[in-house]
Design a protein around this ligand. Structure first.
Ligand SMILES: Cc1cc2nc3c(=O)[nH]c(=O)nc-3n(C[C@H](O)[C@H](O)[C@H](O)COP(=O)(O)O)c2cc1C
Length: 240
């Protein structure tokens, strides 16, 4: 009996050690957004220049609804108004989607397999494309122009004031040697971010749609995706 307990204890230590090792490896491989930007403004992962930076206000708008009601109201709504959203709302939306809820541990509101944190969130509006720098709580313009219409051909999408594009960066997923396994985890991780967007929109009474029918080739060129994929896009706006 004593021996079995000792063996179980020893196995627990080995298992915990292995997991801790795995976590450290994952964190080392992660390229935090701020580190990925070079002195000259280019990115290591997509080499886009930062043309302008918008500091975001704290994320404390639209998050008051009781959770039961948030779940009750969660739905896909294509009745999106073209009106601009207040910047406070945009800040809360981005934080809810993919912000850091435990900044001291570099951890986010959405989980990711082996803590790869492989997603980058881009905000498209009718003036440009912006990288969401969650660490700095800012939006960094990486391209000018109205490219919302380039994401999707669906009318409700093109009329939305903003759209979030969820991009998996496979450079942060090198721990998955098997491509099928990597793609599986990238798809699962995407779902958490997408659901966070849905839940925030429910809470803030906004309309959104998870859109898989998007122009991935165009997005890869616009964003400068080298080793990754634009998985889903969410147009977001006030409801009609
Ligand atoms: C992965 C995924 C991809 C989707 N792609 C599209 C899309 O390209 N266009 C669209 O109008 N709706 C799209 N939807 C929305 C679904 O049609 C919607 O979630 C479904 O009808 C269920 O409705 P509900 O979200 O209100 O429960 C997508 C949903 C998911 C989860």
């Amino acid at each position: 009996m004593k021996k079995t307990l000792l063996l179980a204890f020893a196995m627990m230590i080995v298992a915990t050690g292995a997991y801790a090792q795995k976590k450290t490896t994952a964190n080392n491989k992660r390229i935090p957004a701020s580190v990925a930007i070079n002195d000259d403004g280019t990115r290591n992962d997509n080499s886009a220049k930062v043309l302008a930076t918008i500091e975001l206000p704290p994320a404390d708008m639209g998050l008051e609804m009781p959770f039961r009601e948030v779940l009750k109201n969660r739905c896909t709504q294509r009745n999106i108004l073209p009106e601009e959203l207040p910047i406070e709302m945009v800040s809360s939306l981005l934080w809810s989607a993919y912000g850091f809820n435990r900044p001291e541990e570099s951890k986010r509101v959405a989980p990711s397999a082996v803590n790869a944190q492989e997603y980058d969130v881009y905000l498209f509006n009718h003036e440009g494309i912006f990288f969401y720098n969650a660490e700095k709580n800012s939006l960094e313009m990486v391209a000018k122009g109205d490219h919302v219409k380039d994401i999707s051909e669906q009318k409700f999408f093109q009329e939305a004031p903003i759209a979030l594009v969820l991009v998996a960066n496979y450079d942060r997923m090198e721990m998955f040697k098997d491509k099928e396994v990597r793609d599986f985890y990238a798809a699962v991780d995407c779902g958490y971010i997408s659901q966070n967007i849905y839940l925030f929109c429910s809470s803030a009474k906004l309309s959104t749609v998870a859109c898989g029918g998007i122009n991935r080739d165009k997005l890869a060129k616009l964003i400068g995706i080298k080793n990754g994929k634009a998985m889903l896009a969410h147009p977001v706006g006030l409801s009609k």
